[in-house]
Ligand binder design. Structure first.
Ligand SMILES: [Mg+2]
Length: 275
């Protein structure tokens, strides 16, 4: 990983879309930092597409798509995308639209119930995430959002157990997310970018920056040549095989703000000012 200050003005000037994880990328200890939220506004005001890509539930994504300065949000690790649209003449109130991954399977699947029972049986201190009631497609098991904070080894074991039962599973900084369909943050982000904004896979790779912090962001780190990590990405060590190209010096939401400010400053240095 190279320091974010080494991103070239030409790379920064080519960026059209800024995608980011939420937990421990925009937040610290669960709170959305002022620095990070201000950066979302600055990116948006600079004309960039701003799109969170999160493991958080559909219920949260409704709020994010409506209230945050974003062009859409991908949620539940790629099961869905929500965004707002205005009438073609630009008038009237925006309307919330939803797209679901064609392979998304609702979370009342019996295999998910079996995995839940096995995981909670093996680790009695593990618990169902408190945001589970607003999830449509995945099961979230909390190992580090609330006390007691359990070691990453527990999260890894739960992930392996879920995969053994035939599910998909990813470890975020707070939850193990488990689902039945064949999709992830990356596959839905690519679908959303191409269908909503006409982004071209391959030719448009340098137009996308993704910022994240943890193993459930790894498909994005591997895919996008300008992917960035906030400094706390380092804590996952060998749990990550694919590291992002760039890393911030600051952690969590302050690291995101550092990355956003650097990108915006580098765009101004580029011929034409990155517009
Ligand atoms: Mg995260």
């Amino acid at each position: 990983m190279k320091p974010i200050r080494e991103m070239s003005p030409a790379e920064a000037a080519g960026i059209r879309c800024v995608l980011m994880d939420i937990d421990d990328t925009l937040t610290r200890e669960g709170k959305l930092l002022a620095s990070a939220y201000t950066s979302l506004w600055k990116l948006k005001e600079a004309g960039l597409r701003v799109i969170p890509v999160t493991g958080r539930p559909a219920g949260w994504c409704d709020l994010i798509a409506r209230e945050w300065p974003v062009d859409g949000v991908v949620g539940e690790n790629g099961a869905l995308a929500f965004w707002e649209e205005r009438a073609e003449n630009g008038g009237g109130s925006p309307v919330l639209k939803a797209g679901y991954h064609p392979q998304a399977i609702r979370n009342d699947h019996p295999v998910l119930a079996k995995i839940r029972d096995r995981a909670l049986g093996e680790f009695p201190q593990l618990r169902i995430a408190k945001d589970q009631f607003s999830r449509l497609y995945d099961l979230a098991l909390d190992f580090a959002e609330e006390e007691p904070i359990l070691p990453l080894s527990v999260a890894r074991r739960v992930r392996d157990l879920a995969v053994e039962e035939g599910a998909q599973a990813k470890v975020s900084s707070i939850h193990v997310n488990i689902w039945m369909g064949n999709y992830d943050k990356l596959s839905m982000a690519e679908r959303f970018l191409s269908q909503r904004f006409g982004w071209r896979c391959g030719a448009g790779d340098g137009e996308v920056v993704f910022v994240g912090d943890s193993p459930n962001d790894e498909p994005m780190f591997a895919r996008f040549p300008l992917a960035c990590g906030v400094a706390n990405v380092r804590k996952y060590g060998d749990l990550l095989q694919n590291l992002p190209a760039y890393v911030s010096t600051l952690d969590c939401g302050d690291g995101f703000a550092e990355i956003a400010e650097t990108i915006l400053a580098k765009r101004k240095e580029a011929p034409g000012g990155g517009t």
